[in-house]
Design a protein around this ligand. Structure first.
Ligand code: PLP
Length: 281
């Protein structure tokens, strides 16, 4: 099994980070997950641009041009022969004696690895269940940071409730899932939280919004309430590995008719078309 460590393809057991790596100690780093279809990365440019933005917002300097990083990831995917799966990549601020201020002169640690995985076909057909939970995370959820404790606590609650995802809210305003964005459909209009500091601006969310515009599906990027969530005709999640995922039950109550709704179905279908256009799969 081969992984990428500081830009080189090495055997997994040859990749080792120092115990004082700031990613390990502080979660001081950023990451991306990119879907691979048919051996090709989907929306790679958007993911790598977001990585640059996350890096810039916490002052980590990525030592590669975006195109070079893309080529490195492509070489790893080809090396491992992955046709369907994901590539995970992360940069930390590097190793340095444990002190809070940013170390001077530490080089970022870069790790990337691939995983084989198919599309979650059954759940895409049947839909998933969610619970509601308070959003206790920090106020820079727009940064794709390694600090995921709030997200983990939320998702663990969902798992304990036998659900796939936790839908988070701040003071009754829905923000996002623990690792997905949330949208509702009401009277044919797709409503989703605006891209600000309270959510990660998902790449799948952006693909979905672009589809709405192309297909003439009305969209409102605005804050919506838990009451609106509970009264929605349809609810769906978006994310790199789940694409457009219908929610059929929320907090023990049926969403809509209890089956994936027509708008969600249409978005799923068009999302597939986008994947086929880019990756031919
Ligand atoms: N929101 C959070 C908190 C996430 O971790 C993710 C990523 O998985 C998303 C939203 C969806 O983003 P994307 O569509 O880029 O995968």
């Amino acid at each position: 099994e081969y992984v990428m460590f500081n830009g080189e393809i090495v055997e997994r057991k040859a990749a080792a980070v120092d115990i004082e790596d700031r990613g390990y100690q502080f979660g001081d780093g950023i990451y991306e997950v990119i879907r691979i279809y048919n051996g090709l990365m989907f929306t790679a440019e958007e993911h790598l641009q977001r990585l640059d933005e996350s890096a810039a917002s916490i002052g980590i300097e990525i030592p590669y041009a975006r195109e070079d990083l893309q080529i490195k990831l492509e070489s790893l995917i080809a090396h491992n022969g992955v046709r369907f799966g994901t590539v995970y990549l992360q940069f930390t601020r590097g190793n340095a004696p444990r002190k809070h201020p940013f170390p001077v002169g530490a080089a970022p640690t870069f790790v990337a690895y691939t995983r084989e995985a198919g599309r979650p076909e059954e759940k895409l057909q049947s839909g998933v269940k969610t619970i509601l939970i308070e959003d206790i995370r920090w106020l820079r959820c727009d940064i794709k940071s390694l600090n995921l404790l709030g997200n983990l606590l939320a998702n663990q609650k969902a798992a304990e409730a036998g659900c796939d995802e936790a839908i988070q809210h701040r003071d009754g305003k829905v923000t996002e899932g623990s690792h997905s964005n949330v949208s509702i459909v009401k009277g044919g209009t797709v409503i989703t939280h605006p891209a600000n500091n309270y959510i990660l601006n998902g790449i799948s969310r952006r693909v979905m919004l672009e589809i709405c515009r192309k297909e003439g599906i009305p969209v409102e990027e605005r804050v919506f309430s838990v009451a609106e969530l509970e009264a929605a005709d349809e609810v769906f999640l978006t994310g790199t590995t789940i694409e457009v995922m219908p929610v059929i039950e929320h907090d023990g109550r049926t969403v809509g008719n209890g089956v994936p709704g027509a708008v969600t179905r249409k978005l799923q279908q068009e999302f597939r078309t986008e994947i086929e256009k880019q990756c031919g799969a």
